[in-house]
Design a protein around this ligand. Structure first.
Ligand code: DGT
Ligand code: MG
Length: 382
């Protein structure tokens, strides 16, 4: 990606934050292939090369039409010789032999399977693979493996949470979360962020960001919401003189992470690092709208939900980070650092020339600080 940043009017920028990328991907055949290569390299720990393929795929996603000839890639940034060779083969044969090989590769398939479990990352997946494990049954019956709480929940609700969440389900969850949030703090507001705020119809989870106007409330609201979910259940149990807890408890799993945020902290260089805001990772029981799951004999499904509660003065930065996409966020930071001499992360934007933090009330303010045209969330599907 060594293209100059000053691009002519019609040229495609090397930075995702200078491109408008909707969900209308006209080059899916190429981007799917490049993303398999990227994922495989991630599994092998080769993050640099993986990112190169992700960037190549992202550039193709932003194009207004399908590529017609390989030559068209010559005017595009971030498409190196490896990516172009894959595209060429797809043009000629309809698919890439390297991608087919990866899709059939035992290591790739096993890593993909293991890392699809909530709480199991690439390191654990690799560890299990090198111990000769290939299936969930083998992992679960291996006496030397001790699953942590998150992984235990991941296996327990695997089938439900590996099924994509629909927008209808996300909206139903919003009502549920909103009810709990407003009950504990009537001046707080809840917004959907992540993939759904970029217009996606399905997601692997639902991300919510909570805005609290009073200083300090961001630190207490999430534990209170979790307590509210729990007490709701007890109340109903009591009222209905009820059955089993399993039928009523809507909170199937919760992991609250206290804020470690410090106003004076400079933005971090490490993109992968989790932000410091108060947040929780939940698995929530959602009532099914239509048919009951006959096999399971239940009328609910488990859904993954993330909640984040930043302090008001940093809300816009948190929203921008959580809206994504991941590559869009990564390129915003890279652009800020390399083109503007500023440090950006989910907490703040810091100007190295004046040694000051730049305040922002809205996402528009942040784009303006960076001298970037505003890009709507639905155009950030890089
Ligand atoms: P989904 O849930 O699979 O439909 O897609 P998203 O885009 O909602 O992704 P998700 O839920 O994993 O993450 C929510 C947002 O958080 C995402 O849009 C961008 C941000 N994010 C994801 N991964 C990272 C990361 O490794 N570092 C940072 N700084 N932000 C990330
Ligand atoms: Mg999400």
């Amino acid at each position: 990606c060594a293209h100059p940043s000053a691009t002519p009017e019609s040229a495609v920028s090397q930075y995702a934050c200078q491109r408008r990328t909707t969900l209308d991907n006209h080059n899916k055949i190429f981007t799917d292939a490049l993303e398999v290569l990227a994922e495989n390299l991630e599994f092998c720990g080769n993050l640099g090369q993986s990112l190169a393929f992700r960037r190549a795929a992202s550039v193709l996603k932003s194009l207004p039409a399908a590529l017609r000839h390989l030559q068209e890639t010559q005017r595009l940034p971030c498409l190196g010789e490896h990516s172009r060779a894959i595209i060429e083969e797809i043009f000629e044969c309809g698919s890439s032999s390297r991608v087919e090989e990866i899709l059939n590769d035992e290591r790739y398939r096993t890593m993909k399977l293991f890392s699809s479990v909530f709480g199991v990352g690439p390191k654990t997946s690799e560890n299990w693979f090198f111990r000769g494990l290939r299936t969930f049954e083998q992992v679960l019956s291996e006496p030397s493996i001790r699953l942590n709480r998150m992984q235990t929940a991941g296996f327990l609700f695997y089938e439900d949470i590996s099924n994509p969440v629909s927008r209808t389900e996300a909206n139903a969850l919003k009502i549920l979360v909103e009810e709990a949030v407003i009950c504990v703090n009537p001046s707080a507001t809840v917004s959907i962020t992540g993939g759904f705020s970029r217009g996606k119809e399905f997601g692997h989870d639902v991300d919510f960001i909570i805005k609290t106007p009073e200083a300090g409330q961001e630190d207490v609201i999430l534990p209170a919401v979790i307590e509210r979910f729990k007490s709701q259940v007890q109340k109903r149990l009591f009222q209905q003189k009820v059955l089993s807890e399993d039928c009523l408890n809507i909170l199937l799993y919760s992991d609250f992470q206290e804020s470690t945020f410090d106003l004076r902290q400079l933005p971090t260089h490490c993109f992968e690092a989790m932000d410091h805001f108060s947040k929780c990772f939940l698995i929530i029981k959602l009532k099914r709208e239509q048919e009951t799951d006959a096999r399971a004999g239940r009328d609910w499904r488990a859904v993954r939900v993330d909640l984040v509660a930043p302090p008001l003065e940093r809300f816009a930065y948190a929203l921008l980070g959580w809206t994504g996409s991941t590559l869009f966020g990564r390129d915003l930071r890279r652009f800020a650092r390399l083109e503007r001499g500023k440090l950006l992360d989910n907490h703040a934007l810091y100007d190295k020339a004046t040694n000051t933090f730049l305040p922002a009330n809205t996402e528009e303010d942040i784009f303006a600080h960076l001298g970037l045209e505003y890009i709507e969330p639905w155009q950030r599907n890089a």
